[in-house]
Design a protein around this ligand. Structure first.
Ligand code: AMP
Ligand code: MN
Ligand code: MN
Length: 328
C-alpha cells in the first residue's frame, strides 16, 4: 500500500505554488491546521496562501498568520495560479464552500483529515479517523519532512489539538499526546494563551446569546437528551453574529445524566444548523448522516429547513428512538 504521508511529502517537495483551505464555519482545528501547513510550506521555500470561504472568527485572530488568510473574493481578485490544493480537517469537498471549484483547477489535491466519514477526494489522502485532531496529522507531516516546529507552527498545531479535544477533556491526555504537547510548548507555543482564546475570550454579545440559549435549555430525563435553540431574533436582539454561538452546544452535556446535547441555530429564516454532542457510548454520527450531515462519533452536525416546531420534533423524535434503542 502507498504511504500517503510520503506521497504528500513528495508533492510538497516537487511543487512550488500552494493553496491551503479548510471547512466553512471554521474551528480551531481547521484554521490551526491550515496555518501550520502554510508556515511549513513557507519554511520549505514555497509560495502558499490560505484561502477560506468565510470570515475568521475574532477569537481566532490571535493566531499567527490569521491576518494573511484570504477570503474567496480576495483570492479571486489576485488570481494567482497554483498547482496544489491542500484541504485540511474537511470530510468532503462540498464543505469548503466556493473553494470547491479549485479542486478541478489543481494538479494535485491533498486531503489531510481525521473524520471517519472522509470521502477520500484527494490525489493523496492522509486520513486517520482515530486521531484527536487534524493538527496532529500536520505535526506528523512536519516530522516526516524533518522540519522542527517553530513558535508559529507550534502555536497553530496546539490550537488545533486544544480545540478538538475540548481542552484535553474529550481525549485522554495520554503519554503520547502529552509528549507532543510538551514539544510544542518547548517550541514556543503558549498553552494558557491558546486555552484563553479558544474557550474564554468572548465578547459581551456572545455571552448574552449564551444566556438566551441556556434560558431555552430543556432536558428529557427518559432519553438523556438536552436541547437548546437560538432564533434569528435572538441573534438580532443580542447584536450577535453566527460565530458568537461557538461552544453553546457543549453546555447541554454539563447535566450529569445527559447523553446527548442538541443545539438548533437559525442561520436564515427557517434554516437551522444543528450541532450534536454526546458522551459515553452513544454515537451521533448516524444521526447526522440520517439528516444529510456528518462529523465524528461524539461531535457531528447537519442543516435542516422548516418551521422550528416541526424541525425540533423531527430531530428529537429521531434522537429519542436512536438513543433509547442504543441503551444497554
Ligand atoms: P459543529 O457542530 O458545527 O461544531 O460540528 C461538529 C462536527 O461535525 C465537526 O467535525 C464538523 O466538521 C462536522 N459537521 C458539522 N456540520 C456538518 C455537515 N453539514 N456536514 C458534514 N459534517 C459536518
Ligand atoms: Mn473542524
Ligand atoms: Mn478536526
Amino acid at each position: 500500500m502507498r504511504d500517503e504521508k510520503k506521497e504528500i511529502c513528495r508533492i510538497f517537495s516537487e511543487a512550488s505554488h500552494f493553496v491551503v483551505t479548510s471547512h466553512q464555519n471554521i474551528d480551531g482545528d481547521g484554521l490551526g491546521s491550515a496555518l501550520a501547513l502554510y508556515f511549513l510550506l513557507r519554511r520549505m521555500g514555497k509560495r502558499a496562501r490560505v484561502v477560506y470561504d468565510g470570515r475568521v472568527p475574532y477569537f481566532y485572530r490571535f493566531l499567527p498568520g490569521s491576518a494573511q488568510v484570504l477570503s474567496f473574493e480576495e483570492f479571486s481578485v489576485e488570481k494567482e495560479p497554483f498547482e496544489v490544493l491542500v484541504v485540511v480537517d474537511c470530510s468532503n469537498p462540498a464543505r469548503v464552500g466556493r473553494v470547491e471549484g479549485f479542486l478541478k483547477e489543481a494538479r494535485y489535491v491533498v486531503n489531510i483529515d481525521h473524520h471517519p466519514d472522509n470521502a477520500f477526494f484527494g490525489h493523496a489522502n492522509f486520513v486517520v479517523p482515530g486521531s484527536p485532531a487534524s493538527a496532529l496529522l500536520v505535526y506528523e507531516l512536519a516530522r516526516e519532512l524533518h522540519i522542527p516546529p517553530d513558535a508559529d507552527i507550534a502555536t497553530s498545531i496546539l490550537t488545533g489539538i486544544v480545540t478538538d479535544t475540548g481542552g484535553f477533556q474529550f481525549a485522554e491526555l495520554n503519554q503520547n499526546l502529552f509528549a507532543v504537547v510538551g514539544e510544542l510548548v518547548a517550541s514556543g507555543a503558549s498553552l494558557s494563551t491558546i486555552m484563553y482564546h479558544v474557550f474564554r475570550f468572548r465578547r459581551l454579545e456572545a455571552l448574552k446569546l449564551l444566556s438566551r440559549a441556556l434560558h431555552h435549555l430543556t432536558f428529557d430525563p427518559v432519553c438523556g437528551c438536552a436541547s437548546m435553540h437560538l432564533t434569528q431574533e435572538d441573534f438580532r436582539e443580542c447584536g450577535a453574529q453566527e460565530e458568537d454561538a461557538e461552544g453553546v452546544v457543549d453546555y447541554g452535556l454539563y447535566i450529569p445524566e445527559a447523553r446527548v446535547s442538541v443545539f438548533f441555530k437559525e442561520i436564515a429564516p427557517n434554516t437551522y444548523k444543528v450541532s450534536l454532542r454526546s458522551r459515553d457510548d452513544f454515537d451521533v454520527l448516524p444521526v447526522a448522516h440520517h439528516f444529510g450531515g456528518g462529523g465524528h462519533q461524539r461531535a457531528a452536525g447537519f442543516k435542516i429547513t422548516g418551521p422550528f416546531p416541526s424541525v425540533y420534533r423531527e430531530v428529537l423524535d429521531f434522537l429519542r428512538t436512536t438513543v433509547l434503542g442504543s441503551s444497554k
